[in-house]
Design a binder for this molecule. Structure first.
Ligand SMILES: Cc1cc2nc3c(=O)[nH]c(=O)nc-3n(C[C@H](O)[C@H](O)[C@H](O)COP(=O)(O)OP(=O)(O)OC[C@H]3O[C@@H](n4cnc5c(N)ncnc54)[C@H](O)[C@@H]3O)c2cc1C
Length: 442
């Protein structure tokens, strides 16, 4: 029996799923698939990883829903191209449908998969699902890649229609569909965390429901107050793994709060930039910023990681990140700015630390924001801007509610003195970067 495979990647949901809807419309029995990619899992530093646990639980949830609808969900562990090659031998596969992924690794992987499937005469069909505008759909009037967020967002708003945000009826189609049940023992073949060499680790992630309407309505007032638990939408993990669809959250934001809509469109923007400039995952976009003589002091880096810098807002943020895998955007900016300007440590050290710790870690957003803070990116804060962590504290947490939650000893002698003086550090960074930029222009 001919089947088609729907390969889930960053879209762990049946509802409002562009690629799944297309697979179901093809008329062939559909087999959903998830691949635990050994090329990615081998690099996870910790055997107890909350992100992998989240993925595993979501895959098992989808598998149970597939069984309830009379089908079988395939989950395999290995290199995607090898897993797919093995599946071509097990089943008569007519097509593989999947949603686009714009990261450098993903585009290489998909090119390899596309070659394999072409050799076997199997269609490989990709759909836009993860963003509203992808790749080169928004360019400047002169046809170049937009590098000013304001102008990009203006075009974004002008082109955004309600029709674009309509949900795909994939979940409804799924329960009525002709699903293939290829093998009665399939359930037993799905990998477990243990069989992949991992342990279970659960960290709190809000449910994959839309944020409450009040949270969205008040977002522009509350987003910069880290003491509030519900000051922001808390949807980044769900967008990262696709348990929420971006169309769903955009519909709500479009109806209730333009500021939230703008913030979500930063995600499209950074994914677009990384797709155009894949090298920026590891290198400054601005050539003049590629030879900045960062100090990279390891003791100071450790003090930053552990929340022992003597700057209360920085320390509270790093302790929250270490304890929960989450940090509100405003505090991410404070801790990142402090690392790259005050401690004058290479942004890539911080980017890597965030990659290890954040539950919502996402290459395009992480690199884009780190390069923004370091002044090295295609879009950036000016390289000479050095925010004072003390003034930031006075603005966002004046009564120290947030700080005291994470740094209870802040007002006692046990709390360390500042690791570096703000004014001294600011002048040191600005002078060193200025000299590096002059040298790079010679
Ligand atoms: C140094 C640094 C590193 C970051 N690393 C990541 C990362 O790895 N993964 C990640 O998803 N976000 C990252 N962000 C962006 C942002 O901080 C988080 O998306 C946000 O804090 C998540 O919480 P929320 O869902 O409550 O956000 P809200 O403020 O409620 O925003 C809603 C959604 O809009 C998007 N968004 C908001 N702000 C940004 C932004 N500055 N850039 C891109 N998208 C944005 C996110 O998808 C977010 O979930 C980073 C920001 C900084 C300054």
């Amino acid at each position: 029996m001919k089947i088609c495979i729907f390969w889930h990647r960053r879209d762990l949901r049946f509802h409002d799923n562009a690629g799944l809807a297309a697979a179901l419309e093809s008329g062939l029995p559909v087999v959903p698939l998830f691949i635990y990619d050994s090329d990615i899992l081998d690099y996870l530093p910790d055997k107890a990883d909350a992100r992998l646990t989240y993925i595993f639980d979501e895959v098992e949830r989808l598998a149970a829903a597939t069984a309830a609808a009379g089908g079988a969900f395939l989950a395999r562990y290995g290199k995607p191209v090898n897993v797919l090659e093995a599946l071509l031998k097990e089943f008569e596969v007519a097509a593989v449908h999947t949603n686009e992924d714009y990261e450098p690794y993903a585009t290489r992987r998909d090119a390899e998969v596309s070659r394999l499937l072409a050799q076997h005469g199997v269609d490989f069909l990709l759909y836009k699902d993860q963003v509203i505008f992808a790749k080169d759909e928004i360019m400047t009037k002169s046809g170049t890649v937009p590098k000013v967020f304001g102008a990009y967002h203006k075009t974004y708003l002008a082109r955004l229609t309600d029709e674009m945000l309509l949900p795909y009826g994939s979940a409804e189609a799924f329960v009525k569909a002709n699903l293939a049940a290829p093998n009665a023992h399939e359930a037993g073949q799905r990998p477990t965390l243990e069989s992949m060499g991992f342990e279970r680790k659960v960290q709190y992630v809000p449910t994959a429901d839309l944020p409450e309407e009040d949270v969205v309505r008040n977002y522009h007032h509350t987003r910069n107050t880290p003491a509030l638990q519900n000051g922001t939408a808390r949807i980044s993990v769900q967008l990262r793994f696709g348990t929420l669809s971006v169309r769903q959250v955009m519909r709500q934001a479009k109806a209730l709060n333009p500021k939230l809509l703008a913030e979500i469109s930063w995600r499209d923007f950074f994914m677009m930039l990384l797709w155009h400039f894949p090298g920026t995952a590891t290198e400054a976009y601005d050539p003049k910023m590629r030879h900045v003589p960062y100090r990279n002091n390891e003791d100071e880096f450790r003090a930053w990681c552990e929340g022992r810098t003597g700057y209360p807002l920085v320390d509270a943020g790093m302790r929250e990140l270490n304890a929960t895998g989450y940090l509100p955007n405003r505090v991410r900016m404070t801790v990142a700015g402090f690392l790259v300007k005050h401690l004058f440590i290479d942004w890539r050290w911080g980017e890597q630390y965030f990659a290890d710790k954040l539950l919502d870690y996402e290459l395009a957003n992480n690199v884009g924001n780190w390069q923004w803070m370091a002044g090295t990116g295609a879009v950036s804060a000016p390289w000479f801007r050095v925010y004072s962590p003390e003034s930031q504290l006075a603005q966002v947490d004046p009564d120290m509610t947030y700080v005291k939650r994470w740094v209870p000893e802040v007002d006692t002698p046990a709390y360390p003195a500042p690791v570096v003086d703000h004014k001294f550090a600011r002048d040191r960074a600005v002078e060193a970067i200025r000299a590096a930029r002059i040298a790079a222009s010679l």
